[in-house]
Design a protein around this ligand. Structure first.
Ligand code: PEP
Ligand code: MG
Length: 578
């Protein structure tokens, strides 16, 4: 056997050496010509839909056990597609016009999926993926191809043309050592899942790779370089085994370091939290393993999206519970829903806005929808009934009256629970995000109303620079290292400490190890970030004396451009121990 090397796109770093497991491909229906009457074709479709219902129901049960309620909910959405009236009407019409059931079905679901994609919205694009997933399932049943016999029986690298959400979600994690697909990009489902689980992955493989690979073939995948070897040579294997061992040792050291507090040699401790939102127990456990001392930002939006009705109180209590269980008394900051504008919710019937980032989002939306807001506040309070460390934070605050109004609704939520005789969290700290320049400038006015500030540098940068953070060209102007943003951070810290409250940062800047001495020097008390950044940021904080970090921040605040700030920070000696 000679070694063959293929190039794809680096997607999730890490090395996997294992046999390939090739998943069933998209069904080819070229051969399915009409052999029966329209009535028979319709009957065939009905039976296939019923079988699909049963299969999806079983998958739902399996996913509930393996992955919990949130992840399993994807299959509820799948079941709904099976009875979508528009879709079914379209198929019926095509069958009546003489089309076969598989062809009519495929044309209909492809057309609907394409329609969803043209809306150019990540939520609708995700629905299109789900619709194709269900569509392929029904096609497989209609054409009597293999259904879900799609699990490896030994640790393998999963190879596929494309991985649908239902395939990805159900792969047993212990047998999935890597992913390798022809389709997909950095933001596709498989890429996000692979990174979330720390599984090496390469997507965007050449189509020729699929012709060359068979289940059981010896395979080596390098997720960082985007390389895939079939029948790797002894020399390649040895080289990569050595690299894996180095990675393992490094990861172990970084994990151990992550468990130590972020304390400077002269005794100042910065609290380190995780930014979470959507993956429940799995992401919370991973965060703790990486050294999170709590959750500094729980983005609760995940509960409200990709659905047709808002989540009710009981559902929210259930969704928050895994976070509380895993964190076991460590602090958790529940950020009330930050949605609207660019992330529309169909059930709120929000009118389109010319400038969504300047529109009704965050606390503005919550205050305009008191039922939605009080339901969420009650759910957070109820979920935290037997826990400590519960904190509530309001996003997108621009003005004092918003803080007062939000607190009034919080009091209302407490009263309602009291009246219902339901237990709820007692000592709850209340804070706001500082992500609008007005809130930063008026921090001294807002501070007496609350218990903490958390600075959202992602939005604070875009609003300070008037540069849409998602804009392909000017998005980079929304740079949190801009001295204009840094001066606002300094102002907030001074106002917070003068009022005797603590201040954290939960924007992406908090997870940038380069910025760690600067943020330490500015006097922030807490940093919250994506869990994988925790070990490196903690290590940085431990290297700097607070006194020296203060000198660094004083120097940085004299600079005028973000690039000067970066250059200065890069020029600092690596270690200032002792
Ligand atoms: C921020 O704006 O910095 C922030 C943390 O909030 P989000 O990124 O969710 O808008
Ligand atoms: Mg924000």
């Amino acid at each position: 056997m000679t070694e063959k090397l293929f190039h794809g796109n680096p997607t999730s770093k890490g090395i996997a050496i294992a046999p390939a497991f090739v998943l069933a491909q998209v069904v080819d229906i070229a051969e399915t010509n009409v052999t029966a009457s329209p009535a028979e074709e319709k009957e065939r479709l009905q039976q296939a839909l019923a079988t699909a219902h049963t299969e999806i129901h079983q998958l739902h049960e399996k996913a509930l056990q393996r992955l919990g309620k949130e992840k399993a909910a994807i299959f509820e959405a799948h079941e709904m597609f099976l009875s979508d009236p528009t879709l079914l009407q379209q198929v019926d019409t095509a069958i009546e016009q003489g089309e076969s059931a598989p062809k009519a079905w495929q044309a209909a679901f492809e057309q609907q999926a394409a329609l969803l994609e043209t809306l150019n919205d990540p939520i609708f694009s995700a629905r299109a993926v789900d619709l194709r997933d269900v569509g392929q399932r029904v096609l497989r049943i209609l054409t009597r191809r293999s259904t879900d016999v799609n699990e490896p029986d030994q640790p393998s690298i999963i190879v596929a043309e494309n991985l649908t959400p239902s395939q990805t979600i159900l792969l047993p994690k212990e047998l999935t050592l890597g992913f390798c697909t022809v389709q997909g990009n950095q933001t596709s489902h498989v890429a996000i899942l692979a990174r979330g689980l720390g599984i090496p992955a390469v997507v965007g493989m050449p189509a020729a790779f699929l012709d060359a690979v068979h289940t059981g073939d010896a395979m080596l995948l390098d997720g960082k370089a985007g390389l895939v070897y079939l029948d790797p040579s002894a020399e390649t294997l040895a080289r990569y085994r050595a690299a894996m061992e180095r990675d393992r040792v490094e990861q172990e050291a970084s994990r151990r370091a992550g468990q130590q507090p972020a304390q400077t040699p002269d005794g100042r401790t910065i609290e380190i939290g995780a930014n979470l939102g959507g993956n429940g127990r799995v992401e919370a456990e991973q965060a703790v393993q990486l050294g999170a001392e709590g959750v500094g930002l729980l983005r609760t939006e995940f509960l409200y999206m990709q659905r047709d009705t808002p989540p009710d109180e009981a559902e929210q209590v259930e969704a928050y519970r895994p976070y509380l269980e895993v964190m076991a008394g460590r602090p958790i900051i529940f950020r009330t829903v930050d949605i609207g504008g660019d992330k529309p919710l169909p059930y709120l019937r929000l009118p389109a806005e010319a400038n969504p980032f300047l529109g009704k989002r965050g606390i503005r939306l919550s205050l305009a929808n008191p039922d939605l807001f009080v339901t969420q506040l009650k759910a957070i309070l109820r979920a935290g009934a037997n826990s400590t460390g519960i904190k509530i934070m309001f996003p997108m605050v621009a003005a004092l009256d918003e803080v007062r109004a939000a607190k009034k609704y919080l009091a209302e939520a407490r009263q309602a629970l009291e009246k219902q005789g339901l237990p709820y969290a007692q000592d709850v700290e209340v804070g706001i995000m500082v992500e609008i320049p007005a809130a930063a400038v008026l921090a001294d006015v807002l501070a007496p109303e609350i218990d903490f500030f958390s600075i959202g540098t992602n939005d604070l940068s875009q609003y300070t620079m008037a540069a849409d953070r998602t804009h392909p060209e000017i998005g980079k102007m929304a740079d949190a290292m801009h001295p204009a943003v840094l001066r606002l951070i300094q102002q907030v810290v001074i106002a917070a400490h003068a009022a005797g409250i603590w201040v954290g940062i939960c924007g992406e800047l908090a997870g940038d190890a380069l910025a760690a001495p600067l943020l330490l020097g500015l006097g922030v008390d807490e940093l919250s970030m994506a869990p994988p950044s925790i070990p490196a940021v903690k290590a940085q904080i431990r290297q700097w004396r607070y006194e020296d970090a203060q000198k660094i921040s004083t120097e940085v605040l004299k600079l005028s451009e973000p690039e000067e700030v970066r250059r200065y920070l890069r020029s600092l000696p690596q270690s200032k121990q002792g």
